[in-house]
Design a protein around this ligand. Structure first.
Ligand code: NIG
Ligand code: FE
Length: 411
């Protein structure tokens, strides 16, 4: 099957093979071709360039995209799309003055979602979650990381991870699974942290790794959740079983967690609403991608990741949605990009780099996704006619997508 896209007004994010992320000043540039074509064969991009050099060959389908923009699909490297029910009551409680912390301390938050998930069958959980996955596909997401972490027992964590696996088998979107058993201490372990850590390390991680249900391991490294030392043990146990870490850290407090993550070879550190100068120093020249989640900041009214300071210091930065029932009930990456521009003062070029190529790095798929590159998967967003790609963050509330192509299939 060959598809030729012609007369593309702006073909964004064209990259040579081998570029797996962009950092610092390089994030300001978003390489593009005006009046361009893309040739897709089966599931891959096989050629692209200026219309001046458009090949005249027989193809199965031609799409004339005059006035329209084409970019790689969003890569959402941090989500919790698999969950049961919702937390609308906590949303209203926060409007009425309670904080996220106060809600958690009275047994809500993550433990509220865990209770709901434990009471939900695997089939029902799949049905509820696929609706959200279908929604983000329509919104232009072509690769997504999904975490467990609302199970908090071996049985329920396995249930979540099997649902994630099944979503990956049934949808043409690329999915990576992350084991987040260390999301919160279950009530019965509130006074016995060591007991839960032992359960994670000696029982959950080995089974999950053996059943190949996870690609990565995560923990909520935060005051009141998992300490630096506890998270380090979890990262090390994961590594022994081939699970590289991607860690929730510095959401509310900076307690030296980022240094521990870098030391343990984490692929990404995510949230980073509170970042110190020392945190920025340890991230420099590391393999660890910082990931900001601006729509979480928006939804629960906490500070935004200091993107300007980090990028100006030479760091790379990725953007992800954090789609989850408590702090971000949305996986709309267009809104994530817009919020990063509006609230974090990232330029449209920086934000699009952060939500494509750098997102791909943060979930370990940059060999296949995140840019328009010969040989990569043909996963593309085709926009409605735009005056320029600046309209993507500018018209933050508009639905600007005309079509999505995933692995060469028009959705
Ligand atoms: O990334 N901060 C930790 N975990 C999730 C939210 C968990 C929840 O409230 O359900 C997050 O924001
Ligand atoms: Fe999260």
């Amino acid at each position: 099957m060959k598809i030729l896209l012609t007369h593309i007004k702006e073909l964004l994010q064209i990259r040579d093979r081998g570029i797996d992320k962009v950092s610092g000043d390089a994030m300001k540039s978003l390489p593009m071709i005006q009046n361009a074509y893309v040739l897709i064969e089966d599931e891959r991009i096989v050629d692209f360039g200026s219309m001046d050099h458009c090949p005249s060959i027989a193809v199965d389908q031609v799409l004339d995209l005059t006035g329209q923009t084409v970019l790689p699909t969003w890569v959402d490297s941090h989500t919790h799309i698999v969950y049961a029910g919702n937390r609308q009551q906590e949303f209203v409680d926060r409007i009425n003055g309670l904080s996220y912390e106060e809600i958690f301390n009275r047994g809500g938050g993550i433990l509220n979602s865990a209770k709901k998930l434990q009471e939900t069958t695997e089939e029902d959980l799949y049905e509820q979650s696929k609706v959200r996955l279908e929604e983000v596909i329509q919104q232009g997401t072509g690769a997504v990381e999904i975490k467990s972490g609302y199970g908090l027992t071996l049985e329920s964590e396995l249930k979540m991870l099997r649902v994630i696996k099944k979503l990956g088998q049934n949808y043409p979107v690329k999915i990576k699974a992350t084991f987040l058993g260390a999301h919160a201490f279950p009530l019965e372990y509130k006074e016995d942290h060591e007991g839960y850590i032992q359960l994670l390390i000696n029982e959950m991680i080995p089974v999950i790794a053996q059943e190949k249900l996870a690609d990565y391991i995560d923990a909520f490294l935060e005051t009141g959740y998992f300490s630096v030392a506890e998270t380090a043990r979890i990262m090390q146990a994961g590594k022994k079983h081939g699970l590289i870490s991607k860690i929730h850290v510095n959401q509310f407090t900076a307690i030296g967690g980022i240094a521990a993550c870098v030391e343990n070879g984490a692929l990404s550190v995510d949230h980073l609403e509170i970042v110190t100068d020392e945190d920025i120093e340890v991230l420099k020249d590391s393999i660890t991608m910082p990931v900001a989640l601006p729509t979480c900041s928006y939804f629960i009214s906490i500070p935004y990741t200091p993107a300007r300071k980090m990028i100006d210091a030479g760091l790379p930065l990725a953007l992800a949605s954090d789609f989850n029932p408590g702090t971000t009930p949305s996986g709309n990456m267009n809104f994530v990009v817009a919020t990063a521009c509006i609230k974090m003062k990232m330029t449209p070029e920086e934000a699009i780099n952060a939500a494509t190529i750098n997102g791909a790095y943060a979930m370990g798929v940059s060999d296949e996704y995140g840019s328009i590159t010969v040989g990569k998967k043909a996963s593309l967003i085709i926009t409605k006619p735009l005056s320029s790609f600046y309209e993507i963050p500018y018209a933050f509330g508009s639905q600007l997508i005309d079509k999505v192509i995933l692995n060469g299939q028009i959705i």
